[in-house]
Design a protein around this ligand. Structure first.
Ligand SMILES: Nc1ncnc2c1ncn2[C@@H]1O[C@H](COP(=O)(O)OP(=O)(O)OP(=O)(O)O)[C@@H](O)[C@H]1O
Ligand SMILES: [Mg+2]
Length: 150
């Protein structure tokens, strides 16, 4: 398992910017962690970096559950906190997201059983004034992302 200490918000953003170019079509990146651990900060920075638009407005998909961004490939930003039924994920176009896009998923626990086996998970935990982030998932894919973990 790869991990990294993120002392402040800037470090969370820097990690997102390092991982952004390494992601590819079909990647499903679950962002796991308690309230306020930096999941949205990370997702926002990753989306901005992928699209090359540093000031892009990236609203939290808390109520819409999904925000879609055109890109190569398209980016699907999910927040499953308010998911009431796993089937709702399918209605949102989850299969298409997994096949054609890069999916970022906040509160993946709410979609338990719906996420693909090859899901990459970044878990954020509090550590002092910062965060400890851990990457888990298929060994081969994790190895390809190792560069971002120093
Ligand atoms: N590595 C870090 N160290 C300290 N603070 C951080 C770090 N990364 C992000 N933060 C701060 O944590 C706060 C919460 O961030 P954010 O909203 O991204 O969390 P979240 O996990 O999406 O929370 P929620 O589940 O409530 O949506 C923000 O003020 C952000 O600046
Ligand atoms: Mg959030």
């Amino acid at each position: 398992m790869m991990e990294r200490f993120l002392p402040d918000e800037a470090a969370t953003i820097a990690l997102a910017e390092e991982l952004a170019p390494l992601l590819k079509t079909g990647d499903c990146l679950a962002l796991s962690g308690d309230l306020g651990m930096g999941k949205s900060t990370f997702a926002r920075a990753l989306i901005r970096a992928r699209l090359g638009e540093p000031a892009l407005d990236v609203p939290s998909p808390t109520f819409t559950l999904l925000q879609l961004y055109d890109g190569t490939p398209a980016l699907y930003h999910f927040d499953l906190y308010r998911l009431s039924d796993p089937d709702e994920l399918i209605e949102l176009g989850f299969d298409e997201a997994l096949e054609e896009g890069i999916s970022l998923i906040e509160w993946p626990e709410r979609g338990e059983g719906m996420l693909p086996e090859e899901t990459l998970t970044l878990s954020f935990d509090e550590e002092g004034n910062g965060r400890r982030v851990r990457l888990s998932g298929p060994d081969a894919r994790c190895a390809e992302l190792a560069g971002a973990f120093g």
